[in-house]
Every structure is written in C-alpha cells, then in structure tokens.
Design a protein around this ligand. Sequence first.
Ligand code: R5P
Length: 292
Amino acid sequence: MTKFTVISGSSSKDLAKKLAKRLGANLLKSQLRVFPDGESKITLEGKLQKNKIIVIQSTYPPVDENLIQTLSIISKAKEYGTEIIAVIPYMGYARQDREFLPGEVITMKVIANLFKSVGTSRIIVVDIHSMIGLKYFNIKSKNVTAIPDLVKYFSKLKLKNPLVVSPDQGGKERAKEFAKFLNTEYISLEKQRDRKTGKVEIKTTNFNEVIGRDLILVDDMISTGGSIIKATEFLKKQKCARVFVACTHALLRNDAEKKIKKAGVTKIISTNTIPGKTSLVDVSGTIAKAII
Ligand code: R5P
C-alpha cells in the first residue's frame, strides 16, 4: 500500500497528477456536476484506502464554487483518511486577511475556520499573499515559495543586465529573494491603491538604475493587471529595455493579459497553481518536498 492518496479537485487536475507521480501515490479523481441552480455535486471515483489523504485544489475563480468543492471533498476524505492534508496552491481570499477599512469582514479567518471544521489536519499553500492569512489556521500550516522554480526558468533566458523589480513595497522581500537566487540586484517601487475604488498609482518618481536593462517584475499574483500595467508604464518611461513578468498566480481577469502586453510587457511567466497560457513553471516538486 502506498503512503499517500491524492484526491484531485476539478481546478487542479494536472498538478494533482504530477504531485501523485512524484509521491508515488494513488490518484483518485473527483467527478463534478454543477446543477442549473449552481449547486455542486461531487462524487469521488474509486475506493479510498485508510492512509494519509492529500486533497489538492486551487481556489481561483469561481472562487466560492471551488472553495465549497474543496471543503466538501475534505469532509468526505475525512471519513477514511488517517490524516487529511489540504494543498491549496492558490488560496483565494488571501488578500482579505485584515480589516483595512472599518466594518470589513476578515474572510480569510472565516475560511481558516471552515478548513478546520471539515477535518483538515494540515494545510499547504504556495506563495500566499501575506503570512498574516496563515495565522488564522489553528492547524499545522505551511507556505512554500515558487520563487526558486520561477528563477530556474528565468536563468535560462538571455537577459541583458537583469534587474528584479517589485511593483510595491509589500513585495520587497519577494523581489530580494528572487534577485538573490538569480544573483542580481533588485529595487521596489512605491505603489498606492485606493482602498475604495481599487485604482492603482505609482508614486516613485525617478529610477535611473533601470536605463537600458532588462527588468523582471515580480509579484505574488496578477488579478486585473492594474499593478503590473502601472509599473510597466512607469518603467518604460524610465527607458528600461524589456520588461518580463514573473508571478506565482496568474488569475488574469478581464483581458488582463492583453492589457499587460499592450503596456509593453514582453512575456508573462507564471506557475501551474493556476493553469493557463502563461503557467510555464511547475510547482509539484516544491509541494512534494513540503509534504514528505
Ligand atoms: C497586491 O498587493 C498584490 O501583491 C498584487 O500586486 C495585486 O493583488 C495584483 O492585483 P491586480 O493585478 O488587480 O493589480
């Protein structure tokens, strides 16, 4: 009998297959049917063994649907498993981890309680927006980073005097780590987001270091692309060479990819925490290491 069983939710099928292969685990698929009223019906395909069960499912859009499906699968797995490990490569709602404006609900806290209540023993996430989010989980939790995997991809590109750039101060440590692995330098811009409208502005005025250099804009996630677009427009005005984007989670909502390219980005490279055209970097090895 193998040590682990991997159950794949519908949003992370390919990653589940890769993870199961790396762990030498049984892979159990789940069958999903969404009724006309929007309810999800999930049926696990195959027989569950009494061992450690890994449920893997990213909660990208439709976020609420993927979340309820994840919780449902975990609750079923709990009937059999000796330990339930939830792997949530992209954790939706992670940006709602504090009360920015009075009255705001900290939804991340609600979700953390839900994971515990359905029987999760431990949770593994990849590049969660901020470590604050993980503090709400009263179970064993771990954040793993995809930065070394992303750097591996970038080190094969022929870049001209590369410089790593964070579009905001919040991502400074991420850019620093990326630069360390790539053996180059980094800078971080000053970004301001209107908490009511969501509009983004770059407050930095001048950056001579970027002139003539290929830049790698590093972020944890791209949603609407607003942050990356504003940063690219600013950096292009500073007369940089090419702009590449490295991010872990590419949600790319509302034509974001097209808009980002139009702003002057040469290429977006993301990971398979969210499958899509830009997800060229596999994080199954990094996740597997965190499990064993
Ligand atoms: C913000 O602090 C995050 O790290 C991302 O920069 C941001 O959430 C991306 O969202 P958008 O693409 O909509 O600007």
